[in-house]
Design a protein around this ligand. Structure first.
Ligand code: C2E
Ligand code: CA
Ligand code: CA
Length: 701
């Protein structure tokens, strides 16, 4: 074996090679590993002097702290083979070097030629590359982004970064993963979309693959993923690879859903809010307008507004927190009725609903379903409440082709329902106070007061046991030079929405005082009760105003009554009580109007200094046919008497009602059966001709 080895010292051709080569070389003893010879290249590389190196053993060169074993230079390791080692330079810096060793004969003895190839730069670059890759993986994990490569030939994801594997729900060792396996994990609702995007990206070079879909992880967790990819093609344009990035965007989607929920849904009930409702209705109207334009079969929709009649009062009694609970319960019932037939939204204590394709008959049927659903009492905070509901309905395209018109008309229908004491009403143009014609009336209202067109009509009230005329209610009429006598239902809704209501109330009070004084001058005592609106109680300093008015006319408070509804008082309960105390203390007679239509809070009622309760005509007029109405009338009479109040029944329109009320012990009656409202100036003539008795004036009581 030794005979075949080259001789570094003896072969003339070997020496110049050893001396002149760029390769770093040394010769050492195979047993003692003492260095016998070195070339210039190795001196240059390691920085030692020739003498230093010739006094060293080969292991002295190995860097301290290196992991490498000193594996000796036995014949078996002295084959021509390579080793990467760390070798210490004279300056203390380590070099990464490949050591190749081969047995030679040197000066007639066995020796080992060691060729040292410095690979420090490669090793460092490799380490850096590995670090960069690790950093990339860490960054990917942080950003929840992974990359993947799909290969057309095998139709599988051939390479996926660790984070990519995690996102897609696979272990790295499971790769390659077939396309079918990946798509099987996509949420069934998103699968078609993701497949379409992929197909398109593969076949259409102009298309950018960019999709979001849900993926179901093996543990069942659903995550939202965003995937983008680039397609690599061969010379013929066939897709060979897809290089993609996939990101877990679940948190972002959740945040977006949250924002969407806050922007478009009511937090109290979870129903759509008015923003979403408007866009839902608008979308339908756009389709409807298009459909109508092309002469298709007449499309239509119905807009309903469900109003909770007594909610305001319940809310007051319950405090807002429980009021919200109640609204949520109502919302559940309404949504359960409507289901997929339309959209239910919430706006305060109202629930606007759009019904697809409903005509009047269907809409009315739905309205009845809704009312029935709300009939059963609602249990809140251990108490059950019947809140009562009313529904106004308008239709598209019949009554409007834009959202605001439709909603306004449904709102007016609601008002019309209230006016007619009905639960459901469909919009009727003739009753709409907001038609341009009526709006122009409002512009004329101030002038109408000044020119005497706004007149005092009176409807008498008589005692049921003695038939005495004990007073009259002041009811406004607009005696218009062209339009004739206009009733309050035409203009009151608009007047009440503006400060004109104060002007009207002051006018009615002044006219009533004047009229009472005129009767007093004739020796007749006939008190007049004037209606107050909710805004009057809040804004007018009534007691002040009335004091001045009485002084001006030298009149007394006993001749004037003030009628107000429970709900108007509930808008500002504490202040209302204080004001009523003052008015009552001054001697004015106080009436609760339309009793039974609000949510009567008995504890509140008993604290009010009220003299008379007026039973709403809705109950009176139905009491013959409707047992429920009859029992409300009956219990109201008892309640009023228990609280030391008198009871007036409104809407006494025939003898049967009169008799029934008389049997229940009702104190006074007002209604067409006694007399319709008439101009105040005609009241005395009517009274004298009637079977009822007028009271003589004695003195101010
Ligand atoms: P209200 O206070 O409930 O007045 C009673 C209404 O019932 C009057 O309607 C009266 O004409 C009507 N009525 C009387 N007897 C019968 C009957 O037997 N059957 C039927 N079906 N109805 C009867 P009117 O005059 O149209 O007034 C409507 C509402 O307008 C009043 O309801 C009141 O809330 C309001 N109002 C009228 N005048 C004034 C006013 O000067 N100021 C204020 N703030 N509101 C007023
Ligand atoms: Ca009244
Ligand atoms: Ca009334």
């Amino acid at each position: 074996m030794a005979a075949e080895s080259p001789r570094a010292d003896e072969s003339a051709w070997c020496r110049p090679l050893f001396e002149g080569t760029q390769l770093s070389m040394l010769v050492c003893d195979p047993v003692s590993q003492e260095i016998l010879d070195v070339n210039d290249a190795i001196l240059h590389l390691l920085g030692y002097t020739r003498d230093q190196m010739l006094s060293m053993r080969l292991p002295d060169l190995y860097a301290r702290g290196g992991q490498e074993r000193d594996d000796g230079l036995g014949p078996e390791t002295c084959q021509l083979h390579s080793h990467v080692r760390r070798v210490a330079g004279a300056d203390g810096n380590d070099h990464h070097a490949i050591l190749q060793r081969t047995a030679i004969e040197y000066g007639g003895r066995d020796a080992v030629l060691v060729v040292l190839q410095d690979v420090t730069r490669h090793v460092e670059a490799e380490v850096q590359l590995r670090e960069t890759q690790n950093e990339l993986h860490r960054a990917q994990a942080l950003a929840m982004i992974g990359n993947w490569i799909w290969d057309a030939a095998s139709d599988s994801h051939v390479s996926t970064s660790p984070e990519g594997c995690r996102i897609l729900g696979f272990r790295p060792e499971e790769a390659p993963v077939s396309t079918a396996e990946i798509y099987a994990r996509i949420h069934p609702d998103d699968r078609a979309l993701a497949e379409q995007a992929r197909e398109r990206a593969l076949h259409d070079p102009g298309y950018k693959y960019d999709v979001e879909f849900r993926l179901i992880r093996p543990d069942g967790e659903v995550r939202w993923l965003h995937s983008v990819a680039e397609v690599r093609r061969d010379a013929c344009g066939r897709a060979v690879k897809m290089l993609g990035l996939v990101q877990d965007v679940t948190e972002r989607r959740r945040a977006e859903d949250n924002v969407r929920r806050l922007a478009y849904y009511d937090t109290v009930t979870g129903l759509p809010n008015m923003n979403l409702f408007e866009s839902e209705v608008e979308d339908r109207l756009v389709q409807l307008r298009r459909g109508a334009g092309r002469g298709r079969s007449p499309a239509r929709l119905a807009c309903l507004i469900v109003d909770l009649v007594r909610f305001r009062d319940v809310n007051y009694a319950l405090t807002h927190m429980y009021g919200d609970v109640l609204l949520a319960l109502v919302a559940d019932r309404l949504a359960a009725v409507i289901g997929q037939a339309g959209v239910v939204a919430r706006c305060d204590s109202r629930f606007p609903i759009v019904l697809d394709g409903a005509d009047e008959e269907e809409a009315r049927r739905w309205a009845q379903h809704l009312l029935r659903a709300l009939e059963a009492p609602f249990a809140v905070a251990g108490i059950s409440y019947e809140i009562g509901a009313r529904i106004g309905i308008a239709f598209a395209p019949l009554q409007g082709l834009d959202y605001h018109t439709l909603l306004r008309k449904a709102d007016i229908a609601l008002y019309q329902a209230a006016g007619m004491a009905r639960n459901v009403a469909v919009y009727v143009a003739e009753d709409d106070p907001h038609t341009p014609d009526r709006l122009s009336l409002i512009g004329d209202f101030r002038a109408a007061i000044e020119s005497g067109q706004i007149q005092l009509f009176c409807q008498p009230k008589v005692t049921m046991d003695g038939g005495e005329i004990v007073g009259a209610e002041a009811l406004v009429r607009w005696v218009h030079p062209e339009k004739g006598c206009i009733g309050p239902e035409t203009f009151m809704p608009l007047i009440e929405a503006t400060d004109l209501i104060h002007l009207l109330t002051q006018h009615m009070l002044a006219t009533a005082v004047t009229q009472c004084e005129a009767w007093r001058a004739l020796g007749v005592r006939l008190p007049i009760a004037v209606n107050l609106s909710a805004r009057d109680i809040a804004a007018l300093s009534l007691s002040e105003h009335l004091r001045e008015l009485l002084e001006l006319h030298g009149s007394c408070a006993g001749l004037i009554g003030l009628e107000m509804t429970e709900s108007s008082l509930m808008q500002n309960p504490a202040e209302s009580i204080a004001e009523l105390e003052r008015l009552s203390g001054m001697g004015f007679k106080l009436y609760i109007d339309d009793f039974g239509t609000g949510y009567s809070s008995l504890s509140y009622l008993s604290r009010l200094p009220v003299d008379v309760i007026k039973i709403d005509h809705g109950f009176t007029m139905q009491m013959i046919e409707d047992g429920r109405a009859a029992s409300i009338v009956k219990s109201t009479v008892h309640l009023a008497h228990d609280l030391g109040m008198r009871v007036v029944a409104e809407g006494v329109s025939n003898a049967r009602i009169w008799d029934a009320l008389q049997a229940l012990g009702c104190d006074e009656a007002q209604g067409f059966y006694v007399a319709a409202p008439m101009p105040a100036a005609q009241l005395l003539d009517w009274a004298r001709a009637s079977p009822y008795r007028l009271l003589d004036e004695h003195a101010c009581a």
